[in-house]
Write a protein that binds this ligand. Structure first.
Ligand code: MG
Length: 387
């Protein structure tokens, strides 16, 4: 047990965009937070620098070939060093950890999140794929263990903030806002020609490579629709998407009386990260403030599901439920990775996903092993389609 009032945080994925911004939030609130665990996939140099600054109890480097490098560098700091993927699921269970921030990319977040929930740790969820892949299992497990899952995704944080004080009031529907990404208003002919550099240039948000490509194809919004369904216990038809290119309104809730609440502010991931870690308190920040004069117009339009078919596929996967979102997610992860390696075009990502959804065996009552199997089969099929 911890003896101070500080919340002790484990950050899974501390070298990524969310991880580094979370450390900025923690550094500016030393009386509220301290770092208990840091983990990275392979960026040993950054892990060492972060560990020397934040003095965690333990660190994990998933890439085992870099264990000795990290171990030697941190020897005098008396920080425990572990390596390998299985260590992620172990460090989250440490008694001194209060909150686990899951900022891993993709399916890799699933197992450590399950371990953290079973150890009754509060989850600050930045890894949306976990809920996409196994939302039913995760939400049931959280309920059984009395664990709260606080969203870090900006749209879901917005919904969560709008729901504060409204827990007994029924939601009619929610609107997740989408910037539309760098190719808003473009047609299929244009999408055929786009390069990786163009797709990586998001108009409003600075994010990791995978999520930036997902934003360009609208798959990110598709993943978020499924994430929202599970986080807020909604039916598929209650989750709407509206394109809002300025990214000032981060999402909206409409209640049964027709009233709508929105949460707004400049697009900055540090705010939702800080809200999740500090909940239920709002902590003072010096983030840049919104100025109405700079935004004389906030505009809205329907998403173009014919051009950006990934969002339509995600709605389809959400309706079908079972292992279909898991199949979709695995195919998308493989295809996006191939696009980032210049192996396939942007539009091919959609083809790969659709093909996997149409051919991998559907199961409407999957358990954890079935999810693992569906993920594996979908990846194998996706790789075949790319080569
Ligand atoms: Mg988001």
């Amino acid at each position: 047990m911890n003896t101070t009032n500080q919340k002790h945080i484990a950050i899974l994925g501390s070298s990524g965009s969310i991880g580094t911004q979370a450390l900025e939030v923690i550094a500016s609130h030393p009386e509220e937070f301290c770092v208990e665990v840091l983990t990275v996939n392979s960026n040993a140099e950054l892990l060492i620098a972060q560990a020397k600054k934040f003095k965690p109890n333990a660190v994990v480097i998933v890439d085992e070939s870099k264990y000795n490098l990290v171990k030697e560098a941190l020897q005098l700091d008396l920080i425990k060093v572990y390596a390998g993927e299985a260590a992620l699921s172990q460090v989250v269970q440490m008694e001194t950890v209060d909150i686990v921030l899951t900022a891993l990319v993709g399916y890799a977040g699933l197992k450590p999140t399950i371990a953290a929930i079973k150890a009754k740790k509060t989850i600050a969820l930045a890894n949306k794929e976990t809920l996409v892949v196994a939302g039913k299992l995760i939400t049931q497990l959280a309920q059984e263990n009395g664990v709260n899952i606080y969203p870090v995704d900006s749209e879901h944080s917005a919904i969560f903030q709008c729901l504060a004080g409204e827990w007994d009031n029924k939601i009619e529907q929610i609107y997740l806002t989408a910037s539309g990404g760098p190719f808003l208003g473009k047609d299929v002919a244009f999408l055929k020609t786009v390069t990786k550099a163009q797709a990586l240039k998001h108009p409003n948000w600075t994010m990791g490579a995978k999520i930036t490509i997902d934003s360009a194809t609208l798959m990110n919004k598709g993943l978020e629709v499924i994430e929202a369904k599970w986080l807020f216990h909604l039916k598929p038809e209650q989750v709407k998407v509206i394109v809002h290119p300025q990214s000032i309104i981060h999402s909206l809730v409409q209640f049964e009386d027709g009233s709508m609440k929105a949460q707004m502010g400049l697009p900055d991931m540090k705010l939702p990260i800080q809200y999740a870690l500090g909940y239920p308190n709002r902590l003072k920040s010096d983030f840049p403030r919104f100025d109405f004069v700079n935004y004389p117009q906030l505009t809205f339009q329907q998403p173009d599901l014919k051009t950006f078919r990934n969002l339509a596929l995600a709605y389809q996967a959400m309706e079908q439920c079972g292992n279909m979102p898991c199949i979709m997610n695995a195919a998308n992860e493989v295809a996006v990775d191939a696009f980032l390696k210049d192996k396939i075009s942007l539009l091919k990502i959609t083809e790969v996903i659709e093909h996997c959804m149409n051919t991998i065996l559907y199961n409407n009552q999957p358990d954890l092993e079935d999810y693992v199997e569906a993920d594996k089969m979908s990846r194998i099929k996706a790789f075949e389609l790319i080569d």
